[in-house]
Design a protein around this ligand. Sequence first.
Ligand code: UDP
Length: 243
Amino acid sequence: MRIKLLGAPVDALNMKETVNQIEGFLQRDGKSHFIITLNPEYLYRAQYNEELMKLVHEADLVTPDGTGIVWAAKMAGMPVPERVTGIDLMLSLIPKAAKAGWRVFLLGAAPGVAEEAAANLKKQYPSLIIAGTHDGYFKPHEEDSVVKEIAAAKPQLLFVALGMPRQEQWIHKHKNKMGVPVVMGVGGSFDVIAGKVERVAPWLQKMNLEWLGRLMKEPQRWKRQLVLPKFAWLVIMKYKLKI
Ligand code: UDP
């Protein structure tokens, strides 16, 4: 089921159902499917940025990425089963890819990080086929050659870690030229998989406090997180105070 949250579609699926849906995308020919893991920060910005909102409407699958989205859906009276974050979804798809032989391409993060992430994934799933990797610090004039490199590598799954919302804009702009069946943005996931950044402890994640843990690990994020109370206020105004 698809719900509408502050004007954006969100698929009310749990992790297992999301993975099943993506498996379905991979079995169909031709079309390139674009997945957005929607977090509060993106949804807040999309309220004031038509282009960002349009991208969410054009995505084939929109997952509730973060406690804030799960909470907002509950406030709106349209609860979603659980949060489906970019990194968790990626790490759920990798063993499936290893088993099914889906080729995986990692684009993004600082030079060397995508390779290290790929090596760590390969260590854990030796049958995983890495179709290619490329860092995320290419110049605008190199964009076409990156797109060609990906198309030539013929991956079935492309993970793009350029940060939000640049990765979503990039995917939307190039997806039809690359011919990749499933493409999704994964933010800082390669840094975590490569072991450059430690993920917030599971107990904090379970207490819905991943945002707090990230703030403690990466204090420079405080400016970005200022958006969270603004997002919460927007949700309360719309769904509780009905202003
Ligand atoms: N990044 C990149 N190219 C850029 C800017 C950022 O590849 O021009 C990468 C950066 O190295 C990091 C990721 O994008 O690996 C963004 O991580 P962040 O945790 O900020 O993700 P977000 O919270 O935006 O999803």
